[in-house]
Design a protein around this ligand. Structure first.
Ligand SMILES: *Cc1c(COP(=O)(O)O)cnc(C)c1O
Length: 949
């Protein structure tokens, strides 16, 4: 046996388990199981063209070698990306800690209080710094957050009679170029007209519903918007502000001068540049818009005992659950990065942030002063961190390059220089050297910073921020390390037990895949650095695109989308561009089966399409006759079908090829939602089923950790005819020659996270990938057989097989007074995170074990489920205090002096033997969702409240 093989470490079941597992599922061989599972006409005959698998050691050597092809320049490019310092205590205890990075989205609040608190800190930090009432728990990047702000203000404009029908959105020319590109992408399909110009010339006329400003502007200037926003308000024009989070430490909060939405990135709060991401964007607004906020919001509520507990607020109203009524399709966001940025503020506190912001400002002022002494003209009268030197750039650029320095050259005579947290006096002296030489002047050296005063008095920050206890308590490393640990202990992640979340593919996130993310040779590259400086990245990204293109059976890939839902949107926009190029831009009907994930209809509406829902049969398959009828009815305007494969019901529908061809016959393109790609890799592919485009959730199938709800990477892979339309970037050349405008801020989206999927594919190779898919199917069918007779599995393929996941029906237990959530909560007492609850069918659970779980873990899970099934049997409908209804049971309950329940403490907390060896204690009792939604609190309590207590 080759113990160097990564597949051996990635896949859970041992060779020795295979026989008994196959026996349980009633198959002679793995091949037989696969033949009975995947329809004949879509099984791949040829093997994939992928390089031979590398061992972990070989991969790590390869990636270290490759990293040396990246050149670490000092970047003063700015434009929304500024290097910061990731405190090592956060790097080691969060970024490099599977207790944080392998956690799931905190739907099961009782075993997620740690990351919920960390996210509440993030929201508090954002509301404080922006001066707004509410913030969400992150968005994908600043530019998509800006587009979300535009969409929200458009959606709520009808509340204001005067603005009913207004469809113009004014954008200041000071906006970042990538944000403008995103606004273009997002505005047109939903009927918004963008008008870009100098904000001072804007006339506040009636056709406008809102405006967007950049603070400080792209040039670096700090505009005083106080009167301006007032005037906009007087004209009932809403105001969105994109603001630099660090600048807000010194600049007055946009909320204080009347902004309606404030967005930006928290990247510079310690998150590596990573050649574009992942980073957490923020989105803050007024309480009045709480029902329309995109993404997730964490809120305070209470548990059964009345103790404070956190959970995702307004959860059932999450945007994508509104389906085609949604104004946003955000699902996965950037939780891990939000946790880290929030922790950066916890560590530094208000005084630390003031120190950092002042240092940045003073450094910029010192540089401006020095360059003026050399005779240069600095054009920004006001600024926070960015100065603009007017000179012939051809005298500067090659000298800067020779010194390993990147500036941003806005035009032929403007050198824009953005200072960041890492900039030292040494760095300043280097820059002075470049400019001195260009001016043929004698260079000089500075040895200390002067005090800057380039912030207009009227906008200098007067309001306090981060006064809460949490931002004023953990400023030594020991204290922060323990605080992080305290939160981590409250959370169940993959380092404790299986998280069998159907549709989310919570597989192993191997350490070898993660290690390179900590390497500055990958971390410290600016996304707009000249492409020659990113040789390592360019090689890796191109290779990953090729690998994904091969795996999907398509012709091209774009890595730009930062989540599956963004991929859906990107794919549909590409389809629209294709139709338009053929003079068929009227094609706007999108067929979507009723079982689809809520992001599908939400994305279709954002792409300007009309959703027509098609029926499912009783067996859970697409009703082909209904689909045919609707495709034919709309044949003149059919744009696309969105189909998930295998279906969200966990079945490889055998009619899939018939389905895709009938869409083509009627002039449409087929979009395949690739969330279930883990059931396809190396056995079949989207090309083989006849699709034209798909997204892949690299954070599901390709091993990027879930991070508690992000980061995600959602590339789209497309057939030949769609390649020309792949998305572009306004600064760095990428995408197709007829490419659509940007889908994400960065040219290759979250490039740093792409390393993980690249590692995954390199180390598994074709053989390991195929095996992974086979074992994912085996593991699912093994659970199915073990639960047989205890739970009813709702759907199966023609030969009775599940795909890589299955749905079990929990609705019959209502007879015993038991709901599906009771089972989910009871699983916590057994040390397990619940599977997906009530998707795609209400009252059911969708179980997806993945290939990474061992037979022993699958058995423990099945034992737990069967034991719970027996408890359900015993549950008395009349008795509200049964063991399921009271779940989960906390340590405080167990150790309380009184015990008033009809079952024993042992039954409550240690129901099976394996539990006592590895007990996980939920930190709160069952949370009250409704109470929290009625009393919405989305920030930490102010310090006075702690003092009263
Ligand atoms: C996860 C998922 C999505 C959304 O993907 P994100 O990466 O969370 O945006 C879409 N469709 C299905 C079926 C999914 O499971």
């Amino acid at each position: 046996m080759n113990t160097d093989s990564f597949a051996l470490r990635h896949i859970g079941p041992r060779e020795a388990d295979l026989k008994s597992m196959l026996k349980t599922v009633g198959a002679e061989t793995m091949d037989q199981l696969i033949f009975e599972t995947i329809p004949d006409d879509i099984r791949l005959e040829k093997s994939l063209r992928l390089d031979t698998a590398m061992s972990e050691q070989e991969y790590l050597e390869h990636i270290t070698e490759l990293s040396t092809k990246n050149q670490l320049f000092k970047s003063y490019i700015g434009l929304g990306y500024n290097q910061g310092i990731l405190p090592p205590v956060i790097q080691r205890n969060i970024l490099e800690n599977p207790g944080w990075y392998t956690a799931y989205t905190p739907y099961q609040a009782e075993i997620a209080q740690g990351r919920l608190e960390a996210l509440l800190n993030f929201q508090t930090m954002v509301t404080d710094l922006t001066g707004m009432e509410l913030a969400n728990a992150s968005l994908l990047d600043e530019s998509t957050a800006a587009a979300e702000a535009m969409a929200l203000l458009f959606a709520v404009r009808e509340r204001d009679q005067k603005k009913n029908g207004a469809n113009k959105f004014f954008v200041s020319e000071e906006i970042l170029p990538q944000t403008l590109s995103l606004l273009e992408t997002r505005s047109t399909p939903i009927g918004i007209e963008l008008v870009v110009g100098n904000h001072e010339d804007f006339d506040f006329s009636d056709g406008f519903f809102a405006i967007m400003l950049q603070y400080p502007g792209r040039s670096g200037k700090v505009h005083d918007f106080t009167d301006y926003v007032k005037k906009a308000n007087d004209h009932q024009i809403k105001v969105a502000v994109a603001a630099d989070i660090l600048s807000l430490v010194m600049l007055e909060a946009p909320g204080t001068f009347g902004a309606d939405v404030v967005v930006g990135t928290t990247q510079r709060f310690g998150i590596p540049l990573g050649y574009g991401g992942p980073h957490a964007a923020y989105f803050a607004t007024k309480e009045a818009y709480k029902r329309s906020i995109p993404g997730r919001i964490i809120g305070v509520t209470k548990d059964t005992n009345g103790n404070r507990a956190l959970r995702m607020a307004l959860q059932t109203r999450e945007q994508h659950i509104k389906r085609d009524k949604a104004t946003s399709n955000i699902c996965t966001a950037q939780v891990l990065l939000a946790v880290m940025a929030g922790m950066y503020s916890v560590y530094h506190g208000p005084e630390g942030l003031k120190y950092i912001a002042n240092k940045v400002h003073n450094t910029a002022a010192t540089l401006a002063d020095s360059l003026e002494k050399l005779g240069y003209y600095q054009a920004n009268e006001t600024y926070f961190d960015t100065i603009a030197i007017k000179t012939d750039i051809s005298k500067i650029n090659f000298r800067a390059e020779a010194e390993g320095i990147n500036f941003y050259y806005k035009d032929e005579e403007t050198v824009s220089i953005s200072i960041n947290e890492t900039t030292t006096i040494n760095d300043i002296n280097k820059i002075i050297g470049v400019f001195a030489e260009a001016a043929s002047k004698e260079r000089f050296y500075i040895s200390e910073l002067i005090k800057g005063n380039a912030i207009p008095k009227r906008v200098a920050r007067k309001t306090e921020f981060l006064q809460n206890e949490v931002f004023n308590s953990y400023h030594s490393e020991t204290e922060l390390m323990r605080y992080i640990k305290k939160l981590e202990r409250k959370d169940l992640a993959l380092n404790h037990s299986m998280i069998s979340l159907g549709s989310c593919t919570m597989k192993l996130n191997a350490a070898a895949e993660m290690l390179p993310l900590s390497d500055p040779m990958w971390g410290n590259i600016h996304p707009f650095a000249p492409i020659e400086q990113a040789g390592g990245y360019q090689f890796m990204l191109k290779k990953l695109e090729e690998q994904l293109t091969e795996i999907t059976g398509f012709a091209g890939t774009s890595l730009q989308p930062n989540s599956g839902a963004q991929g859906e949107y990107a794919g549909l926009m590409v389809i629209s561009a294709y139709h338009k190029s053929r003079g068929e831009e009227h094609r706007n009907i999108c067929l979507i089966p009723s079982s689809a994930h809520g992001t599908n209809p939400a994305s279709a509406v954002m792409a300007g399409m009309k959703v027509v829902v098609t029926k499912a049969t009783e067996e859970g398959n697409i009703d082909v006759e209904d689909l045919r009828a609707k495709a034919e009815e709309h044949k003149d305007n059919l744009a696309a079908l969105m189909v998930t494969y295998p279906s969200t019901h966990g079945v490889y529908e055998s009619a899939i090829k018939e389905i895709t061809s009938l869409i083509h016959e009627n002039g449409g393109q087929v979009y395949m939602d690739g969330a279930n790609m883990n059931a396809q890799v190396a056995l079949t592919n989207p090309g083989a089923i006849g699709a034209d485009v798909c997204h892949l959730n690299l954070h599901k199938t390709f091993a990027i950790p879930h991070g508690g709800g992000g980061p995600g990477v959602g590339p789209i892979c497309v057939a030949e005819q769609l390649v020309p339309f792949l998305p572009t970037n306004p600064i760095i050349e990428t995408g197709g020659e007829l490419g659509i405008t940007a889908i994400s801020a960065a040219p290759w989206g979250s490039a740093l996270a792409c390393l993980i999927s690249y590692a995954y594919i390199c180390m598994l190779g074709e053989d390991g990938l195929k095996k992974s898919t086979q074992y994912a199917i085996l593991n699912a069918n093994y659970i199915k057989e073990r639960l047989n007779g205890h739970f009813n599995v709702l759907y199966a393929g023609e030969k009775g097989r599940a795909a890589h996941e299955m749905i079990i029906d929990c609705r019959p237990f209502k007879e015993n007074g038991i709901e599906v959530v009771d089972i989910a909560k009871r699983l916590m007492d057994y040390g397990f995170h619940a599977p997906t609850v009530s998707f795609p069918v209400a009252g059911t659970m969708m179980i997806e074990p993945t290939e990474s779980e061992s037979k022993q873990e699958l058995d423990r899970f099945c034992d737990a489920m069967i034991s719970i099934r027996k408890e359900i049997e015993k549950a008395d409908k009349e008795d509200e205090s049964n063991i399921l209804k009271n779940a989960p049971h906390t340590q405080a309950m167990l150790t309380s002096d009184t015990w008033e329940f009809s079952y024993t403490r042992q039954q409550a907390a240690f129901p099976l033997e394996y539990v006592s060896e590895n007990k996980f204690w939920p930190s709160v009792r069952r949370v009250d969702d409704a109470y929290g939604d009625r009393n919405l609190i989305c920030t930490c309590a102010p310090i006075e409240e702690y003092m009263e207590a």
